[in-house]
Design a protein around this ligand. Structure first.
Ligand code: GDP
Length: 294
């Protein structure tokens, strides 16, 4: 998804590295090109502006221009700044409790249920036991999708019974997980086409019933700038501990991935890169910056 940004940036850096000596104008011109490349990749304009300003300050304020390899020094500064933009250090889930609760939420179609299955796969591959809770009780198809995924992964699945409310299902899943001494419960909650009071109320009810250590937004990165707005609104309404960005394998421009941390302050925990159970990776800001900058 971020290939075209990556190749535009690498072109800028190639020409910078070509100079034996650099002056302020070379740096400013190069950073203007970096900014254009970011905007083309659909990075939020404020993020692109702040990013290039920070890099410029770091480059012009230090001994970069006098160094033997000014081009490389600038690339190094861009790398550091991009790592910060992605959140700096890697953030993990809060899995200290047993069972640890992970509530997944997000808009309809963002990839919540698929991600619940992927997380079960990920944790079970490292020997943890997982219970999946089907809290999207209005959509029988979602319950069925989750129980199929659970079966594939060999995870337990708690589905709604006649007359259950959403918090009932969540609480039962938590209880069963405790009885089975499971390590993790993943709550797959109901989605909507937009964030409304009804959804926020339902999420609050689940949270009250099971007090999950993590409240994680599953965010479709392929919807571009809008995804940043969605994250901001969910964070304001329910308070998130982290984000999972899905569909980073798509052909959209990917700017959301670069903007969402700095626009919300929420760490990106993992990224979804396909539809298969194994297409989910922990997110390392430094590695992502390296991947983009080459
Ligand atoms: P939900 O409504 O939020 O539960 O969304 P689903 O889990 O049903 O996913 C919606 C669609 O997105 C499905 O077709 C999934 O296969 C697809 N999907 C989910 N995550 C990814 C991903 O990381 N990459 C791709 N390419 N597709 C994904």
């Amino acid at each position: 998804m971020l290939e075209s940004l990556s190749s535009s940036l690498q072109n800028v850096f190639r020409s910078l590295r070509g100079y034996g000596k650099l002056n302020e104008k070379n740096v400013k011109d190069a950073l203007r090109e970096v900014r254009m490349a970011l905007l083309e990749a659909d990075v939020h304009f404020r993020v692109a502006k702040d990013f290039t300003k920070q890099v410029r300050d770091r480059c012009l304020g230090q001994d970069v221009l006098e160094s033997v390899t000014p081009g490389q020094q600038i690339v190094k500064r861009v790398h550091e700044e991009m790592t910060e933009l992605f959140g700096g250090a890697h953030t993990d889930f809060n899995l200290e409790d047993r069972p640890a609760g992970v509530m997944l939420l997000g808009l309809h179609g963002s990839g919540k249920t698929t991600t619940a299955g992927k997380l079960a796969h990920y944790w079970m591959s490292s020997g943890k036991s997982v219970v999946l809770a089907a809290c999207d009780i209005r959509r029988p198809a979602a319950v069925e999708q989750l129980s199929t995924l659970a079966k594939q992964e060999g995870a337990a699945c708690v589905a709604p019974r006649e007359g259950d409310t959403v918090p009932d299902v969540a609480a039962r899943a938590r209880r069963e997980a405790s009885e089975q001494q499971a390590d993790i419960v993943i709550y797959d909650t109901g989605g909507r086409f937009q964030i409304d009071e009804d959804l926020v109320h339902e999420l609050e009810e689940i949270r009250e019933a099971v007090q999950p250590a993590d409240t994680v937004l599953v965010l479709d990165a392929a919807i571009g700038q809008e995804s940043v707005e969605v994250a901001r609104r969910f964070h304001e309404a329910v308070g998130l501990t982290g984000l999972i960005l899905t569909k980073l394998d798509g052909d959209a421009r990917g700017g959301a991935a670069l903007s969402v941390h700095s626009m919300t302050g929420c760490p990106i925990l993992m990224t979804g890169t396909g539809e298969r159970p194994e297409d989910l990776e922990p997110f390392y800001p430094e590695r992502m910056a390296s991947r983009i900058l080459g």
